[in-house]
Design a protein around this ligand. Structure first.
Ligand SMILES: Cc1ncc(COP(=O)(O)O)c(C=O)c1O
Length: 426
C-alpha cells in the first residue's frame, strides 16, 4: 500500500507529532523560549517570572561555590578535553568525580559520561543477542534508546506494575540473561518505581536490576542516594545510571556498579568510547554540587516539603496532580519535586501554560511522546531555593487560571492495568 504521507524529499517532514501540530494550530509558542534561571526565578522576554519548570532541584546550578569551582577548572584546564576518555580526554578530575560518585552510592566503581542520556545509551553494550530486557512502559527515552541500540529482546511491562513484570519474567526463556530496567523516579509523572517488588521479582528470576536515578539520586532516601535507598533496597540494585544535570547543578552522567561491569563498559560502550569526555567546568561543578548536596541535606528536605505543600494547594484548587501515583499505593514516602498537573489535550494544555505565564509563573507543558496521547500535563518542578512566597505565587497563578477556565474533563494519566499503552517516549 503506498503511503500517501510519504514524500520523495527526505527533508519534507511534517512536525513530528500530532501534539506539536495541535500546539502550532494555537497562537501559543511554549518551546525553545530563551530564559535565564537563578534562585527560583527566571528572566524571560525581559520579564522576571517564578521558575516552576527547572530540574535544578537542589538549587545548585547557580550556587557561587559551584560556579567558582567551574570557573577555576575552566581557567586551569580549558573549556574542553576535545577527545574521548580512552585516548586524550581523561583529566584527574574524571577519576576524582568517579571515586566520589562510587563513594556516595556505595558501589565498587563508577564511570562518568558526557551526558545522562549517554549513560543510558552505554547500557546497549550489556544487552547482547539472546538476552532479554524488561523495561517499564514509561521509561525515559534514553533508556528506551539504550535498549534499542543493544541486540537483546525487549519486553515492556505496564508502568510500575510488578505483577505484569513477574508474568513476563515467568514466560521468558529461563536460560536467557535478563535485566529489569526502570527509572527510579519517573521524569514526567513524578511517580516512584515500586523498587521493592521489582527487585524481588528480578531476583526470583535471576535477572539484574538497572535503575536510572536521574531524578531521585541526590534527593530521596536518608542519605540522598535515591529511590532505592528510600525503599530500603539500595543493595538490591545491580547497576545505577544517573545525571549531573538535575540534583548536581551541572551537565554529565554516570554509571555506578561492580568494577567488572564498569570496566567492561569503559571499553565496550560506544557512547563512552566515541564521544568527547565531560568538560572540565562541568566536572568541577558536578564535584562541588555533589559535595554540597551531601553536606547540606536541608536542600532535599526543603524541596520535598515545598512540593508537598504545593501539591496540597493545587489539589485543593481542584487540579488533578495524580498524587496517588506519586506516592505509590502502599508507600507513605515523600512526594517528589515533580508535580504533574493533568491538563487535557494539547490546546487546553498550552492554553493553561500561557495563562500561568501571564500570571508570572513559568512551567513546562508536556505532551506526547513524553506522556500518553490525550494526557498532556503541566509539569511543575520545585527547587530548594524557592521561597514560601514563590510557592504561594505558583499556587495563586493556578488559582487565577482556574477562575478563567473551570476544571476540564481530564483523563487520568494512563496507568494501564490491562494492556501496555503505546510506549510514551518513542
Ligand atoms: C530519567 C532520565 N534519564 C536520563 C536523562 C538524560 O539526562 P541528561 O539530561 O543528563 O542527558 C533524563 C533527562 O531529562 C531523564 O529524565
Amino acid at each position: 500500500m503506498p503511503d500517501s504521507n510519504r514524500s520523495a524529499d527526505l527533508f519534507d517532514k511534517p512536525l513530528a507529532s500530532p501534539f506539536l501540530r495541535a500546539v502550532h494550530a494555537t497562537p501559543v509558542r511554549p518551546y525553545y523560549r530563551p530564559l535565564h534561571a537563578r534562585d527560583g526565578e527566571a528572566v524571560m522576554d525581559g520579564r522576571q517570572v517564578v521558575m516552576a519548570g527547572c530540574n535544578d532541584y537542589l538549587g545548585l546550578a547557580t550556587d557561587p561555590r559551584v560556579t567558582a569551582a567551574a570557573g577555576a577548572a575552566l581557567r586551569t584546564y580549558g573549556a574542553s578535553c576535545s577527545g574521548a576518555r580512552t585516548l586524550n580526554g581523561t583529566l584527574p578530575l574524571h577519576g576524582e568525580l568517579e571515586a566520589a560518585v562510587a563513594d556516595f552510592l556505595g558501589t565498587e566503581d563508577a564511570a562518568v559520561v558526557t551526558t545522562g542520556f549517554q549513560s543510558n545509551l552505554a547500557l546497549a553494550a550489556l544487552f547482547g543477542a539472546g538476552d532479554v530486557v524488561l523495561s517499564d512502559n514509561a521509561n525515559h527515552a534514553s533508556l528506551i534508546d539504550g535498549i534499542r541500540l543493544g541486540a537483546a529482546h525487549r519486553l515492556r511491562y505496564r508502568h510500575r506494575d510488578p505483577v505484569h513484570l513477574e508474568r513476563l519474567l515467568t514466560d521468558a526463556d529461563p536460560a536467557a540473561a535478563k535485566a529489569v530496567v526502570t527509572d527510579g523516579m519517573f521524569s514526567m509523572d513524578g511517580a516512584l518505581a515500586p523498587l521493592p517488588a521489582l527487585t524481588a521479582a528480578a531476583r526470583r528470576h535471576g535477572a539484574r536490576t538497572i535503575v536510572d536515578g536521574a531524578h531521585d539520586i541526590g534527593l530521596l532516601g536518608p542519605a540522598g542516594r535515591g529511590a532505592a535507598e528510600h525503599f530500603g533496597v539500595h543493595d538490591r540494585v545491580d547497576l545505577f545510571t544517573g545525571t549531573f544535570s538535575k540534583c548536581f547543578g551541572s551537565t554529565g552522567g554516570f554509571l555506578a556498579g561492580p568494577t567488572r561491569v564498569i570496566t567492561y563498559l569503559r571499553y565496550a560502550a560506544r557512547a563512552i568510547l566515541f564521544s568527547a569526555s565531560m568538560p572540565p567546568p562541568a566536572l568541577a561543578a558536578a564535584m562541588s554540587a555533589l559535595e554540597i548536596s551531601i553536606a547540606e541535606p536541608w536542600r532535599r528536605h526543603r524541596v520535598l516539603t515545598l512540593a508537598a505543600r504545593l501539591r496540597e494547594r493545587l489539589s485543593g484548587l481542584g487540579y488533578d496532580t495524580g498524587s496517588a501515583a506519586v506516592l505509590g499505593e502502599s508507600d507513605a514516602g515523600p512526594a517528589g519535586p515533580v508535580i504533574a498537573v493533568r491538563a487535557g489535550d494539547a490546546a487546553a494544555c498550552v492554553g493553561l501554560w500561557q495563562r500561568l505565564l501571564d500570571e508570572g509563573v513559568y512551567t513546562n507543558p508536556v505532551g506526547p511522546p513524553a506522556v500518553p496521547e490525550g494526557c498532556c500535563i503541566i509539569r511543575v518542578t520545585l527547587q530548594a531555593t524557592h521561597t514560601d512566597t514563590h510557592v504561594d505565587r505558583i499556587a495563586d497563578a493556578f488559582a487565577a487560571a482556574r477562575r478563567l477556565t473551570p476544571a476540564p474533563a481530564v483523563p487520568v494519566l494512563a496507568r494501564p492495568r490491562q494492556a501496555p499503552a503505546p510506549e510514551t517516549a518513542r
